[in-house]
Design a protein around this ligand. Sequence first.
Ligand code: NAP
Length: 242
Amino acid sequence: MSKVAIVTGASRGIGREIAKELAKKGIMVIANYFNSEKKAKELQEELKNEGINIDIFKADVSKKEECKKIVEYTIKKYKKIDILINNAGVDKVQLITETTKEDWDYMINTNLYSAFAMCQEALPYMIHEKNGCIINISSIWGITGASTEVLYSITKAGLDGLTKALAKEVGPSNIRVNSIAPGYIETDMNKNYTKEEKEEMKNEIPLERLGMPVDIAKCINWLIEDNYTTGQVISINGGWLI
Ligand code: NAP
């Protein structure tokens, strides 16, 4: 039976590309979306035209009961979860002095609690199989910190903490947990950057180009094939942060 993967936030950007890459490898993908139903359906249709089936599932992963629903749906239909990619995330640029408790709750729940809750729900099944691969999509800013993105940086540093601690806890069950920390990747999340700002960023990157979602998907591909990497934060940023 083929491997089964849940990818959160797979309707757009990085998650969408990860879902495509895994599905093209013959993995059964459950592509989670929240607001972008049309885009999720388009992705499903696009792959269907290539003879590839994926499942799509609407859920707000910032809520524990919705994480439970994705996992229960997956287990009922496919009997197991081999791979969990915690990718769903949001960003907000703001000064710390302008950040509200509502912003805190929204960002922490969407970027960090979602991954914690998805792990809580999926792990009993992975532990039962003594097999699993969990990948959290964190960020360069969780490592080095971003001015005016304090809250975002906190959530991403938190994800890396989750990765390291959980890798130790579930390693004996043959479950690997890693973070991928992208640098700048061309997606909707960065749509507010001007051409000039992007050019400036490009000049700071040794590989002299901005990242694309496929650059992250390729690393996911490697990481799910690997057997001996766990508890790591893997930076994919064209050398922007060395
Ligand atoms: P994006 O294009 O804005 O896509 C975000 C995805 O997250 C969408 O599919 C969205 O789904 C989903 N999402 C948001 N809130 C959700 C919720 N409550 N429940 C379920 N899904 C939710 O962003 P992206 O650039 O691809 O980012 C993907 C991940 O990479 C994020 O964790 C981000 O922090 C991280 N990252 C991005 C960059 C970058 O430069 N782009 C750099 C470092 C890290 P709907 O549209 O269906 O609601």
